[in-house]
Write a protein that binds this ligand. Structure first.
Ligand code: GAP
Length: 464
């Protein structure tokens, strides 16, 4: 993780938020390459979950909503983590995490939670307070007066905006149950213990689908979405063996949920959740119906029945997926003059005759930059002009990079390190026969291809 975090900073994927002031815990900024990577992840999700389907429509809600939304959803009463304080060193911990680190389980009681025997603070002290609920929502005030009547919250999930607008979307979209509403946007949680780089942050981005179904059909739709979502992770380049499912036992489910499966990724710091897919029954719509007094019922024209639809919810985090993709892509290799690369041994120099390279093996679909264009020599105007034509053409379709400085080998290495899958070099032969070399980042193989065939070939290799 350290090498990856250092590359992310050095090459402009991820910076600490407000770094010049010492940073702020749990907040991150995405640099020029990081924001392209995130955009590609969002676009891939939107394309597959919304644009390529006829039964899902999009929505973009405000971050601050009427506070009653959070009463109805249960976030004001219940969205809390049990937390303990150490009386000696004054540190604060999430009680479940502290227990987990000491191979114990937090005890559920009638009133809340209790610590098992023998749990200690990281400072060694046993002087810990009883677990207390800590609400994770960020509070703010709307308007000029800072009193209780002006309190509002930054949304801790995007889902509730979808439920609150269910009636409006249904009225305008001509959709029939089963159908879904999708949203991508920022969410905020005042996490007690932000950690593992960007994995658990206080400001993050969610991609959520609320898929409304006829009561009783929940199990089939839940199975369907689990399968779809597992496949999707492979489509953005995460290998099948790195993605697993965690199926919740009945006693781990929220009282209204009938099933929940988490999609897990094997991070270097452990196997952790990327996405949760929950069958939430009619809990959310019924609660909003009760709190708002507005009907959330659906009239089924085929059966002439009225019902509150049930919902299946695949809910993923953009930042977590970006982190998984970065972890998966990162490789250190030793390259011989010819032949296949060796995996580098950590902390060691390459053997005689080998050269070290760091390469980010992003799937072309989500690589921040897709194509780099190089004139072989920068002081030959014919080469630069021809390269510029190709660059302009490619740039209309994809994020491209122009690099004319340094030895060509050095330029390839720079692109390898930021994960650009394809490099196009314009040399003297180009001027004679209108062909260029097309280099593949992973195999490092170069082929000569005519300029006329270049864009269609790149299109084929990049795909969607
Ligand atoms: N509407 C359901 C919901 O919000 P969740 O499991 O709390 O469910 C869904 O969150 C996803 O949002 C998680 O799987 C994760 O990818 C992302 N997420 C949640 N909390 C996060 C945090 N503190 N930092 C980064 N991502 C987070």
């Amino acid at each position: 993780m350290e090498s990856l975090a250092s590359l992310c900073k050095r090459r402009g994927f991820i910076f600490q938020s407000s770094e010049i002031y010492g940073g702020i815990n749990g907040f991150w900024d995405y640099g020029p390459l990081g924001c392209e990577l995130k955009r590609n992840i969002r676009d891939a999700w939107w394309r597959d979950m919304v644009l390529n389907r006829e039964d899902v429509v999009g929505l973009d809600c405000s971050i601050i909503m009427h506070p009653r939304v959070w009463e109805a959803s249960g976030h004001i009463g219940g969205f809390a983590d049990p937390m303990v304080d150490c009386r000696v060193c004054k540190k604060r911990f999430r009680a479940d995490q502290l227990c987990e680190e000491q191979n114990q389980k937090l005890i559920k009681t009638d009133k809340g939670f209790a610590l098992p025997e023998g749990i200690r603070c990281t400072c060694g002290s046993k002087e810990l307070t009883e677990p207390r609920a800590f609400n994770l929502m960020f509070k703010t005030f709307v308007g000029p007066v800072e009193d209780e009547s002006a309190v509002a919250y930054l949304r801790p999930e995007t889902a509730q905006g979808i439920f609150a607008q269910f009636g409006n979307v249904l009225a305008v979209s001509r959709q029939k149950v089963p159908f879904g509403i999708a949203q991508i946007g920022k969410a905020f949680r005042n996490e007690i213990n932000p950690r593992n780089y960007t994995f658990r942050s206080r400001e993050f981005e969610q991609m959520e689908l609320e898929f409304f179904v006829k009561p009783g059909t929940d199990p089939q739709w839940h199975d369907y979405w689990v399968e779809q979502r597992m496949k999707w992770y492979q489509s953005i380049g995460l290998p099948a063996e790195s993605i697993t499912k965690y199926v919740y036992a009945k006693d781990e489910l929220a009282h209204y949920a009938s099933a929940c499966v988490d999609v897990m990724y094997a991070f270097p710091f452990g196997v952790q959740e990327l996405e949760g897919i929950a069958a939430r029954g009619d809990f959310d719509l019924s609660r909003h119906q009760q709190f708002s007094g507005k009907s959330m019922e659906y009239f089924d024209p085929d059966t002439q029945e009225k019902f509150v639809p049930h919902v299946v919810e695949p809910s993923a985090g953009v930042d977590r997926i970006a982190l998984a993709v970065l972890c998966n892509a990162y490789r250190e290799e030793w390259l011989p003059k010819e032949g296949p690369a060796l995996e580098a041994e950590p902390g060691k120099q390459p053997p005689e005759g080998y050269e070290a390279r760091t390469v980010m093996r992003f799937a072309p679909r989500i690589a921040p930059i897709k194509v780099a264009v190089f004139p072989l020599l920068k002081n030959k105007p014919e080469l630069v002009e021809k390269s510029r034509e190709i660059f302009t053409e490619a740039r209309r379709r994809w994020a491209c990079f122009w690099d004319q400085t340094g030895a060509i080998g050095r330029r390839y290495r720079r692109q390898d390190e930021i994960g650009t899958p394809f490099g196009v070099t314009v040399d003297f032969q180009t001027l004679a026969d209108n062909t260029v070399t097309l280099r593949d980042r992973d195999s490092m193989k170069q082929v000569r291809i005519s300029v006329a065939d270049l864009i269609p070939e790149l299109d084929r290799r990049i795909g969607r």
